[in-house]
Design a protein around this ligand. Structure first.
Ligand SMILES: NC(=O)c1ccc[n+]([C@@H]2O[C@H](COP(=O)([O-])OP(=O)(O)OC[C@H]3O[C@@H](n4cnc5c(N)ncnc54)[C@H](O)[C@@H]3O)[C@@H](O)[C@H]2O)c1
Ligand SMILES: O=c1ccn([C@@H]2O[C@H](COP(=O)(O)OP(=O)(O)O[C@H]3O[C@H](CO)[C@@H](O)[C@H](O)[C@H]3O)[C@@H](O)[C@H]2O)c(=O)[nH]1
Length: 457
């Protein structure tokens, strides 16, 4: 099939490359000329494991272009994967989407064969209906259909999530859902060749293809993200209780996660969620509920807990060091999670700003996100070329992102490098072998793990 993907961000490129992997003929469109030029040269606009290699593998099925009639008019299916960032009131900004839709409708106005427009961007309920009205306004309703096809991939494992999804959700009419079923058939059949075979998650049972009305599909995307964010804020509150009563949240999470009604995922306590999705989408869902006359109290609490959780490391640091002025603090990890260089809503930023405002000297390190971070952080922040340099002579180190580089540090090296071997682990990521001999504190495990392990070794 001929497929056009509009927007070459995480979702657009992953959609494009998975369609190319299934041997569809794919055109990727972006308004950002530099990005298109770089993609054409094989350079990725962001770090996503496996993406570059897969694009190379399927280059015969892919082309990268700026918007034009030619890019869309032959497509059977046109995916929209443009950004929907938050406005200051939390509402999603749909400017990019509606501008891409208007331009596309203009380009395909004289086309005679059918086209299905597929929205992959995360949008408020009723957006596909609005697009439908625009299709009718230009008199294309007999040939052009619109569906909602929300995306559930995670950054850092985008390829795996796309080729091995739990579900493919389509909100639309019978014609569009049948066409998309054909388009996705290769994913349902799962007859992948190496190296993609190796990405198959253990126990994976194939995707469920779910066809619903457009509004339910649109809301399901926000509901999924809000639910996962709720699990994180819940376990973070349990962690805060653990710190006060001397329990260990990792044990509590493991015990409750063994109940199949609860499930063990997304119960990793720490400094809260960041990224381009959970913060934006929880605020958007609250806004959607609010503007429809419903006060979503639980979601407000989820958002509020996440806000305060980001700075919990600072409290722990002050308890140990007192005044932070003049102290040298090493911040390990800048991206919002490992496996990505995405800095959007990363907890590292409020943490660094809080440290600086208290007069601390800050050294940061991240294995992949330093280039992006340099223009975004104040000049007084020192960018260390390695974790070792970041730790040298530090009064304390904060593990903000649990990159393997940090969780595998040899504690003997840490002791010899730091002025005071104090580690505050914002992700509870260090194991016993890596904290021996260190002054260590996590989130909701207090110094308990330290004492237990110290006695054991
Ligand atoms: N990032 C994720 O992990 C993820 C996962 C699921 C869903 N989503 C949702 O998918 C959407 C896209 O997210 P993303 O992170 O991939 O976006 P992104 O911000 O990384 O990229 C969006 C791209 O769209 C391009 N663009 C904007 N207007 C355009 C136009 N008129 N024509 C062509 N290109 C245009 C931009 O130049 C940019 O390259 C958002 O709604 C997001 O909430 C994101
Ligand atoms: O137990 C956990 C799990 C995650 N996180 C944090 O939560 C954030 C988000 O993590 P993750 O969900 O892995 O990353 P995203 O790539 O943002 O993916 C989420 O957002 C996407 C965009 O909507 C969705 O498609 C995905 O299904 C959804 O998982 C990160 O800061 C993590 O550190 C925790 O603190 N504890």
């Amino acid at each position: 099939m001929k497929v056009t993907v509009i927007g070459t961000g995480y979702v657009g490129l992953t959609t494009a490359v998975s369609m190319a992997y299934l041997e569809h003929d794919v055109t990727c469109v972006d308004v950002d000329e530099t990005k298109i030029k770089q993609l054409d040269l094989g350079n990725m606009p962001f770090y996503e494991p496996g993406l570059k290699e897969l694009i190379q593998l399927r280059q015969d099925y892919l082309r990268f272009v700026t918007p034009s009639r030619e890019a869309v008019e032959h497509a059977d299916v046109i995916f929209f994967a443009v950004g929907t960032p938050a406005n200051s009131d939390g509402s999603p900004n749909l400017t990019y989407l509606f501008s891409a839709v208007a331009e596309t409708l203009d380009f395909i106005r004289t086309k005679n064969s059918p086209t299905v427009l597929v929205n992959k961007s995360t949008v408020p309920v009723g957006t596909a209906d609005q697009i439908d009205r625009k299709i009718k306004e230009v008199g294309l309703e007999d040939r052009v259909k619109v569906t909602s096809n929300p995306e559930f991939l995670r950054q850092g494992r985008a390829i795996q999530d796309t080729l091995y999804p739990d579900r493919i959700v389509v909100g639309g009419d019978e014609y569009s859902s049948k066409l998309l079923y054909e388009l996705y058939a290769g994913i349902a059949e799962q007859s992948f060749q190496p190296p993609m075979q190796a990405l198959r998650p253990v126990g994976y049972r194939g995707p469920e293809y779910i066809v619903v009305d457009r509004r339910s599909a649109e809301l399901a995307k926000y509901a999924a993200n809000a639910y996962l964010a709720m699990k994180i804020s819940f376990i973070n509150e349990i962690a805060n209780v653990c710190d006060r009563v001397g329990a260990d949240v990792t044990h509590v999470a493991s015990i409750i996660g063994k109940d199949s009604r609860i499930g063990s995922s997304f119960l990793q306590a720490g400094i809260g969620y960041g990224g381009s999705c959970f913060p934006k989408d929880t605020r958007a869902l609250r806004f959607i509920a609010d503007t429809n006359g419903y006060d979503f109290k639980l979601l407000s609490a989820v958002i509020e807990v996440n806000q305060s959780q980001k700075l919990i490391m600072l409290e722990k640091l002050q308890d140990r060091l007192g005044e932070l002025s003049g102290k040298q603090i090493s911040v390990l990890g800048l991206s919002f999670k490992p496996g990505t260089d995405d800095l959007r809503e990363a907890p590292s930023f409020p943490i660094i700003h809080a440290l600086l405002s208290q007069g601390a000297k800050v050294r940061v390190h991240d294995p992949v996100a330093m280039d992006k971070a340099m223009s975004l952080l104040p000049e007084s922040v020192h960018f260390a070329v390695s974790a070792t340099e970041a730790l040298f002579n530090a009064d304390a180190a904060l593990i903000v992102t649990e990159w393997p580089e940090y969780t595998s540090l040899d504690p003997k090296d840490v002791v010899s490098l730091m002025r005071r071997p104090l580690i505050i682990d914002g992700r509870n990521a260090l194991q016993a072998a890596n904290i021996h001999g260190l002054e260590y504190e996590g989130i909701g495990i207090g110094s308990k793990r330290n004492c237990e392990y110290a006695n054991m070794h």
